[in-house]
Design a protein around this ligand. Structure first.
Ligand code: HGY
Ligand code: MN
Ligand code: MN
Ligand code: MN
Length: 419
């Protein structure tokens, strides 16, 4: 059923689906979590192991791997560059007990695209480069999009990022294959990237529900993460009267519900408390401290700002009402961005040429593409997520759907090259 732009010429190349799926499976073994899913945290030893393994896979296929001081991996064709770079990729890290596809799929597909371009000797007016960005999730060192920020020169404060125990990005980079003293050298100059393409699982239910194999991403939500610290008074659980308590966990519970209400009241699209830890966290002591995160997201910058302001209001209100101190500090923020219309059209035409229906949709998840947008036009392709689940061990996409997405990525690159 395939419609080819030049029916008389040789058929356009396709990805090797078996190879793609095999490499994805092998990569999923790095950081396979005994408790389920994959835990391969950014800037840690397992991300480094994945990076080294992917570099080896690329090298064995005749590609040229290199890494930068921020822990990003690049793979190039073994021939002199022609024109500016067409960057293609995603990230190699995961959340705690995440899936094996979030990020990994886009990286493995980008490498597969380069292998096909190499094997077929395809000449393009740009230099295709595959990338595995480091620490997109920020699950260990609390600065999401670490690698793509470094490439875009947005990492001036990068070394002040820490894990939850206070260990810094500097230590992690030094230990696991980066170079904290040369971090600034990871930045690419303006104009060096012609475009960035990222293939990713949707991580939500829209495509599967619609029965459509390919998503053309219209834009990516912005996100603000606020760290909240609640201080009450740790006290004896048996002797302290109920009206004489400053229970930090009770205050935190009110914060959780208050944050949820921000989205329920439609101030912004989503509002989530995903992290909560109490101290001393024992049965017979009234909790004295609680730490939690609130993250808000929206595709509209004004609504995103309103969501962040609402989090601060909830904190102030809970402080007044409970007598606990509630401190809130923005720990990271990223702006919403639109994808590039030319790239959107190229993706849609590539899907058409392969006989695949497509749907335009926004991304509720964050992606390195939204950071790279400060440096280059961006385009994103989605494939369906089974039951819409992601950031969980149950994350999945049927194999044939993964292969289709990679073929759309390859065909998009070829179309951009022919344009
Ligand atoms: O959390 C996110 O949106 C992304 O998966 N990092
Ligand atoms: Mn993710
Ligand atoms: Mn991702
Ligand atoms: Mn006692």
């Amino acid at each position: 059923t395939e419609r080819d732009p030049s029916p008389a010429g040789p058929p356009a190349p396709r990805v090797d689906g078996v190879r793609l799926l095999q490499i994805l499976d092998r990569l999923g073994e790095i950081g396979a979590d005994p408790g389920g899913g994959v835990t391969r945290l950014g800037l840690g030893p397992l991300e480094q192991q994945a990076r080294n393994w992917l570099a080896g896979v690329g090298h064995a296929a005749g590609l040229v791997p290199s890494t930068d001081p921020a822990g990003n991996l690049f793979l190039r064709l073994p021939r002199p560059a022609r024109g500016p770079v067409l960057l293609i990729g995603s990230h190699a890290d995961t959340v705690v007990q995440g899936g094996r596809l979030d990020g990994a799929y886009g990286v493995v597909a980008a490498i597969e695209v380069l292998r096909v371009l190499h094997a077929t000797g395809t000449r393009l007016p740009f230099d295709p480069v595959a990338v595995a960005f480091s620490n997109e999730e920020g699950a260990l060192v609390q600065l999401p999009f670490f690698g793509s920020r470094a490439v875009c020169g947005q990492l001036a404060d990068g070394l002040s990022a820490t894990d939850r125990s206070g260990r810094g990005a500097r230590e992690y980079l030094a230990e696991y294959g980066g170079d904290p003293d040369r971090l600034a050298e990871a930045a690419w100059p303006a104009g060096s990237i012609a475009a960035y393409l990222e293939l990713h699982i949707e991580q939500g239910p829209v495509l599967e529900r619609a029965g459509i194999p390919i998503g053309v991403v219209e834009g990516i939500v912005g996100r603000v993460i606020v760290d909240i610290e609640v201080t009450g008074q740790a006290q004896h659980a048996g002797t302290t009267p109920m009206d004489a308590r400053r229970d930090a966990l009770v205050a935190a519970a009110e914060l959780v519900l208050g944050v949820r209400r921000i989205a329920a009241d439609k101030i912004c699209t989503t509002a989530t408390v995903g992290f909560l830890r109490t101290g001393p966290n024992v049965t017979n002591t009234v909790p004295g401290t609680a730490r939690l995160t609130a993250e808000v997201r929206d595709i509209d910058p004004a609504r995103l700002a309103a969501g962040e302001a609402a989090v601060r209001e909830v904190c102030a209100e809970v402080e007044r009402r409970t007598g606990c101190s509630v401190r809130c500090v923005r720990s990271s923020g990223s702006a919403p961005v639109a994808t590039d219309p030319v790239l959107r059209r190229a993706i849609a035409e590539a899907a058409d040429a392969l006989g695949l229906a497509q749907l335009s949709l926004p991304s509720g998840a964050g992606h390195d593409a939204q950071i790279v947008a400060s440096l280059a036009p961006i385009g994103m392709i989605f494939v369906p997520s089974s039951d819409g689940i992601s950031h969980a061990p149950a994350e999945d996409t049927p194999p044939e759907a993964l292969v289709r997405g990679a073929d759309v990525l390859l065909r998009t690159v070829l179309r951009l090259g022919a344009a």
